[in-house]
Design a protein around this ligand. Sequence first.
Ligand code: C5P
Length: 238
Amino acid sequence: MNTKPIVALDFSTSSEINHFLSEFKEESLFVKVGMELYYQNGPEIVKYIKSLGHEIFLDLKLHDIPNTVKRSMQGLAALDIDMINVHAAGGKEMMKAAMEGILAGTPAGSERPKLIAVTQLTSTTQEAMRTEQLIEVPLLQSVIHSAQLTQDSGLDGVVCSALEARLIKEQTTSNFLCVTPGIRLNGAEQGDQKRIATPIFAKENGASHIVVGRPITLAADPLTAYLAIKNQWNGVGN
Ligand code: C5P
């Protein structure tokens, strides 16, 4: 289990990033940079956040033909990031190619970033899966199958709901990562998240990392909110 909650930096400008990170001068964070921030600021924003000493999960969810994903991953791994992801729907050959790209691109002397996969987007419903993707099995079965395919492809883990983590752990090896968003402290604003869990539940249900956005980024005091979530995740003062 990673002791640092991953903070989702869902901002679009570098000045918002600067403002937010200025509160965390004493804390080395593990942050998530997603499409919104990356597509508007490019690799420079990743280099800047790394230069401040923070770890980065680059959440770009690559999904293309194997050769394109391999070459793209090679370039992204050169940014010396700590975690990155693909869509498992791209298939085994694509996931293996992604890992090859990572191994080729990781700077000498650095540890390669963890490579994880998205199984089914949480915005996909059972009904949409059946009528749009023509997949008749229950959603959870599809998620578990994708997790096993991900592990068979040599990847390190999946993004999943904390509610699914236990079942995924049972069907994969113990070191397989379950990175879980949708985290809220008890009684907190849910936003558009429907299937939420507390840090304690996520921990007990087998999550290896938690991803937390708005409960920290929109808090009146982000540092205090971060420390409260971090303490609960680490079982401090529970
Ligand atoms: O603000 P909140 O804590 O809901 O943010 C969660 C972060 O995790 C956001 O960046 C969101 O895009 C991401 N995410 C998610 N559910 C998934 C995959 C990613 O909420 N299944």
